[in-house]
Ligand binder design. Structure first.
Ligand SMILES: O=C(O)C1=C[C@@H](OP(=O)(O)O)[C@@H](O)[C@H](O)C1
Ligand SMILES: C=C(OP(=O)(O)O)C(=O)O
Length: 409
């Protein structure tokens, strides 16, 4: 996608579809427990793949690049008595870890085997009744493993106790799962390092359809925060609430503190306006731990580079095992837009900004967030985004929405 040097058309309104994370949880719960009437379901390819997998009779389920779906379906199929499936995905999916989740499920009594490399998809899952109700799992690789167990917990006869070992990564996603479980009547608690999910008891309330309006996707909103911060123009976003289940709503505080972008909520209309201060003193350096919101780290690095604010971002140990090694991809591509950076296993630090060359072409590494996070740089300089179709994974309408609010400068 060739993007000319552009300027923002101020005060336009964008409607992003429902949160991918919330939608994925609701689809699993709908299938396992309840008639949930889901409104504003995510239109992301990942959510569509999950929905298709849940309704499929096929023995082979290919989930492509959808990590959350892969992890959630592993537990889901493990408890489908009498059903055997092969759960597979893209070449990258076959490099993304799943061992700790498989070990935990096996310890509960599940029958899961690896078809290629030990510890990685594809998996053969023979659905069974799980008899045990307590399991220990490392919490520092991916919170998706734990959410996956939590989502099936209430289906086990005595519920499920999950004992977390080590540092908990991406914690707001676990809080999200617990809160969503409560909305469908599954009681739970998290005390110290133990999460307890009570067994499901159907009540009269549950016999009706439970309506759930999915709030729009905060991770997708990040690209508009970036545009607002760089352009200093206002952007309006629909279907966002003042109180969110999504950890990426930390964008409000982060973009206010470091970039002076105010978020004004019009509560009753579930609409927010991103309103940049015109005379904001940018900080000398951004020092931030983003372990709670890893999916918006790429966005923040590009905004900071465009405005030339040095940054030191830590807590990013999960980035290496996402759609690509996001730390390496960031280092390579930030260089093209004028930032020399250093990376470690869990951090990225800017070292120096310089005037980038012309003819910038950003590689996207099969990673939707690489494409979307670099696009706002067109407010500074013309650039090409390679394989622009990667955005489909989470935000199929991205280019349509993006182009609606920029024009050639
Ligand atoms: O539970 C979820 O919906 C997600 C959890 C996070 O993954 P990790 O826990 O692996 O960091 C996040 O990066 C991913 O996009 C969605
Ligand atoms: C990491 C992501 O997704 P997943 O792990 O579900 O592939 C993402 O959307 O940034």
């Amino acid at each position: 996608m060739q993007l000319e040097k552009s300027k923002l058309i101020g005060n336009q309104t964008i409607e992003i579809s429902g949160s991918k994370s919330i939608s994925n949880r609701l689809l699993i719960l709908h299938q396992l427990f309840e008639n949930i009437e889901i409104k504003n379901l995510s239109n992301s390819q990942d959510t569509q793949l999950l929905e298709k997998a849940l309704n499929s009779d096929s023995e082979i389920i290919d989930i492509h690049h959808a990590g959350t779906a892969m992890r959630f379906l592993t537990s889901y199929f493990a408890i489908q008595e009498g059903k055997t499936v092969i759960l597979t995905g893209s070449e990258r999916m076959k490099q993304r870890p799943i061992k700790f989740l498989v070990d935990a499920l096996r310890n509960l009594g599940a029958e899961i085997s690896y078809l290629e490399k030990e510890g990685f998809p594809p998996l053969k899952i023979v659905g069974k009744k799980l008899e045990k109700n307590s399991v220990t799992i490392s919490a520092n690789i991916s919170s998706q493993f734990i959410s996956s167990l939590m989502l099936i917990g209430a289906k086990l006869e005595n519920g499920l106790e999950i004992i977390l070992e080590g540092k908990v990564t991406s914690k707001p996603y676990l809080d999200m799962t617990l809160k969503i479980l409560r909305t469908v009547g599954i009681t739970n608690r998290w005390e110290g390092n133990i999460i307890k999910i009570d067994p499901y008891k159907q009540t009269e309330k549950h016999l009706q359809n439970i309506p759930f309006i999915v709030e729009s996707d905060w991770s997708s909103a990040s690209y508009f925060y970036s545009l607002a911060a760089i352009s200093r123009e206002t952007i309006n976003l629909n279907s966002f609430k003042p109180y969110s289940l999504q950890g990426d709503s930390a964008l409000r505080e982060i973009y206010w503190k470091f970039f002076g972008v105010n978020t004004i909520s019009e509560g009753s209309e579930a609409k927010i306006s991103l309103f940049p201060e015109q005379y904001f003193n940018f900080p000398e350096k951004i020092i931030l731990n983003m372990n709670d919101c890893p999916d918006i780290a790429q966005t923040l690095c590009v905004t900071a580079t465009a405005i030339k604010i040095p940054f030191e971002i830590t807590g990013l140990e999960t980035l290496k095992v996402k759609e690509t090694d996001r730390l390496l991809a960031l280092k390579n591509e930030l260089f093209k837009i004028g930032c020399i950076s250093e990376i470690t296993d869990d951090s990225i630090i800017s070292v120096k900004f310089f005037e980038p060359n012309d003819n910038i072409s950003i590689a996207t590494y099969n990673d939707h967030r690489m494409a979307m996070s670099f696009a706002p740089f067109c407010l500074i300089k013309e650039l090409n985004i390679e394989n622009e179709e990667v955005v489909e994974k989470s935000y199929p309408d991205f280019w349509k929405d993006f182009k609606k609010i920029i024009e050639k400068n």
